[in-house]
Design a protein. Structure first.
Length: 148
C-alpha cells in the first residue's frame, strides 16, 4: 500500500481545520484542498461535484469492514478497492469528485466518458495515486483528486 499517511489509529479530525462544503454533505480541509476545489469549480463549472471529502480513521475503518464483508472476508480483495485504515488519503487532504447527477456511476470508469472528467484531465487536475496497471493491484480511481 505504500507509505502510511496516517500514523495513529486514534487520529482525530480537528473541526477548525475543516469546512463543510455546501450542497455536498462533505467536508474539506481548509487551505490547499478547499482552494483546489474552488478553482476546479470555477474552471470546470457547476457540473463537477464533491462526492467524498475528509474521512476519519473510524469512518474509513467502517467502510473497509463493509467492503471486506462484501468480499466474503477477503481482506486482500477488499484493499484493492478501498484502502485500509491508516493507508487512505482522505484523512490528509485528498478528495473525490464526480459529475453532478451521475450518481453511483461517479465511482466507476464510466466517469472517464463524461465532459467533467475530460475537463479535469485537460486542466491537469488528475494526478493518479493508482494508475490503471499499478504494481500493488489497487483499482484505478479516476474520481480521486490528489492534493499536491
Amino acid at each position: 500500500m505504500g507509505d502510511k499517511p496516517i500514523k495513529t489509529i486514534i487520529g482525530k479530525i480537528i473541526k477548525k481545520k475543516v469546512k463543510k462544503i455546501p450542497y455536498t454533505g462533505n467536508y474539506l480541509y481548509r487551505g490547499k484542498s478547499i482552494k483546489m476545489y474552488k478553482q476546479m469549480k470555477k474552471e470546470v463549472g457547476d457540473d463537477v461535484i464533491l462526492t467524498s471529502g475528509v474521512r476519519s480513521i473510524m469512518k474509513q475503518f467502517l467502510l473497509f469492514l463493509n467492503k471486506a464483508k462484501k468480499s466474503h472476508g477477503n481482506l486482500s480483495m477488499a484493499s484493492r478497492s478501498l484502502a485500509p485504515p491508516g493507508y487512505f488519503f482522505h484523512g490528509v487532504e485528498d478528495f473525490d469528485v464526480g459529475k453532478k447527477g451521475y450518481g453511483i456511476h461517479n465511482f466507476t470508469e464510466r466517469l472517464t466518458q463524461t465532459d467533467v472528467y475530460k475537463k479535469l484531465n485537460n486542466l491537469g487536475y488528475l494526478n493518479f495515486r493508482y494508475d490503471r496497471d499499478n504494481d500493488i493491484g489497487v483499482r484505478f480511481e479516476p474520481w480521486h483528486i490528489e492534493v499536491v
